[in-house]
Design a binder for this molecule. Structure first.
Ligand code: BDR
Ligand code: CA
Length: 306
């Protein structure tokens, strides 16, 4: 199995990503690390523990950054509720998080397994950027970074920027400038994976974990119905694990990506050079198409195994 670190800000879709990765014999989850993001760090860390509790997993949880590198902290209670995981009834965690900082955990894990570890960040990139700054030697030792964030086209938090990118544009710029192979699942891809009522219904038949997944997706859908008029919410974060499990469901295109770190209306925008007009070497694979039915079939099949 491919060793991975799940770094995120659970979050409904982050939580489902944690579940999917744990249902994948193709992946070995070395740890779950947390960052501020959808809600504050204390809550995202608790939510990671809650999610693991649900499936009886003892995967260690490493809390990391509680704020961005430079800009003021944002949060997304409007999407994920006050707890960050509003909706279904969830168990209380029976254990605590680790004391090691997320960035230090990444450095340690990557050095222990050179060229093997894939990072799956599904929140702001602060922890990953901190790891790269603390230990620049790890950059060539990281197998790949598969990030949910950014967008080839429009944003969702400003007209230009996606939430995870906007939370910490400087961290994102560090990651895209690191020389590590980055695969980016931006909104242009994730908005193809809408959790419609027809796609949610099968989870209800899968027992406790399936019920929770359905409850999370229904809560998430409400916001997207009101705000966008969509028939459900886009299941952003789990596309990262799904890509490692079933890459045939996706099309990615190599291109040169930079992040706007200026303090204007385009702050946090990921500029994706789709037509290679800059003449720069591609530094990322940008996800372009998602076989959404295939993805939901995979997710349903895997949730049935938990
Ligand atoms: C991203 O922002 C968060 O609210 C979600 O968890 C996802 O990672 C989508 O813009
Ligand atoms: Ca997230």
């Amino acid at each position: 199995p491919r060793p991975v670190i799940l770094d995120g800000d659970p979050g409904h879709d982050d939580a489902i990503n944690i579940l999917l990765a744990h249902a994948a014999p193709e992946l070995e989850v070395l740890g779950v690390s947390t960052t501020y993001g959808n809600v504050g760090l204390e809550r995202t860390t608790r939510n990671a523990l809650v999610t693991l509790e649900l499936i009886g997993s003892s995967t260690p949880v490493y809390p990391g950054a509680d704020r961005p590198l430079l800009v003021p902290r944002l949060s997304a209670e409007s999407v994920h509720g006050q707890t960050g995981l509003d909706g279904p009834l969830l168990p209380a965690p029976s254990r605590a998080a680790e004391h090691l900082h997320a960035a230090l955990f990444m450095v340690q894990a990557i050095r222990e397994r050179p060229h093997q570890v894939t990072l799956l960040p599904t929140g702001p990139l602060t922890n990953v950027a901190l790891a790269l700054r603390l230990a620049p030697d790890i950059a060539p030792l990281i197998r790949e970074i598969v990030w949910m964030g950014g967008s080839l086209d429009v944003g969702n938090w400003t007209p230009a920027a996606e939430f995870n990118a906007l939370c910490d544009p400087h961290a994102a710029a560090i990651v895209f400038g690191s020389g590590v192979r980055v695969t980016m699942f931006g909104l242009n891809a994730t908005h193809q994976a809408i959790a419609t009522p027809e796609r949610i219904a099968p989870f209800r038949a899968l027992g406790r974990t399936g019920e929770v997944v359905a409850g999370l997706l229904e809560f998430f859908a409400e916001h997207h119905r009101e705000r966008y008029g969509w028939n459900g919410g886009p299941l952003h974060d789990p596309l990262t694990s799904a890509y490692l499990i079933a890459p045939q469901l996706f099309e990615v295109q190599p291109m040169y990506v930079t992040v706007d770190t200026t303090d204007g209306p385009s702050a946090g925008r990921t500029n994706c050079d789709q037509w290679h007009v800059t003449g720069q070497q591609p530094n990322a694979n940008v996800a372009m198409t998602v076989d959404a039915d295939g993805f939901y079939a995979l997710l349903t099949e895997r949730m049935a195994q938990l």
